[in-house]
Design a protein around this ligand. Sequence first.
Ligand code: FEO
Length: 401
Amino acid sequence: MTTAFQAVQITDRVYWVGAIDWELRSFHGYRTGRGTSYNAYLIVGDEVTLVDTVKAPYFDEMIDRIRSVVDPSTIQHVISTHAELDHAGALAPLLELAKPAQLVASVMGKKALQQHFHWDRDVTVARHGERLDLGDTTLRFFEARMLHWPDSMFALLEPEGVLFPNDAFGMHLASAERFADQLDPGICEVEAAKYFANILLPFAPQLTKLLDELGQLDLNLKIIAPDHGPIWRNQPEQIIERYAHWAKREPTAKAVVVFDTMWKSTDLMARAIADGLTQAGLHVEVMPLNASHRSDVATELLDAGALLVGSPTLNNQMYPTMAGLMTYLKGLRPKNLVGAAFGSYGWGGQAVGQLDEALDDMGVERVEKGLRVRYVPDSDALVSCRALGQRVAAKLKEKLS
Ligand code: FEO
């Protein structure tokens, strides 16, 4: 049927029927500089099945794309792999319109859907490893708890080898192209890493366990069709390998220096520290918070071995921007970092001690007590900053050797 929005055929049976969000720039605290997509998938076999929906404002667009292939009333099964509203936001109107025979979710998904929509609806529970017979094909389900919500679930279309892993293996990237191989591989790598660092990093142990289990099942994966960003149809094992690598959180000879500044004194300290780190042989990313977003700091930390944080003292506290950053990073549970704190102050100077505590809370191996400089650093103070950078670099190199 000719509709304004058309489905994109992925395989003989599978169609993309999602929506592209070109304008999204923030996703619960994560800067989505390239927008995103909400991917829903239609399986057209003996029994028509929809895997996930889209964010609520894109319901009409999704229905249009479905109509370009089938009448929505022919949908017999709806699979909800995740209750978060970027995927389940259009679920209620879809169920109202299509009236499918069955809504399927994980054990935790059934609860999460009820807690979102407060409905009295029958939800079929798909347990780990169970299959759903669709006539001429089969869907198999794998619980993916905490990847990244308790209800998260993967669905595999057998025997085509199309995996619908919900948020996993996705990225926030709006594009007219639907496949990763149609896009700049450098952009895909950066955006996939950013997504991993900001969404999945806290759950790296669960991810490793699930990947190990799926790897032993010989699933013959041909396509990975995530719920955000492009679809992986060429060598899908490559993104799985990237995930397995990122999940190890292996440090490299790289330092991230992140700070905020009041009158450029902490900025000067950061510059001298960075010079010391560089001279000691590390790759250094200097990230002033007035020019760097916390989600980009998290991305840079994915392969870093050192984190140095700086703040002036404002009303006996660290800068609010730094407090926000430290809270955000702590939640992402980075591992295997050495680090140090620094900052300029006028009288109380509490910020550096607070940063020391925040680094300790994050499990960062601090090389020493944070370095404080009164008001404007003189050349001796800057030499001390440089030396701090060199000591942190030495500690990291010792760890890496
Ligand atoms: Fe893309 Fe967890 O929602």
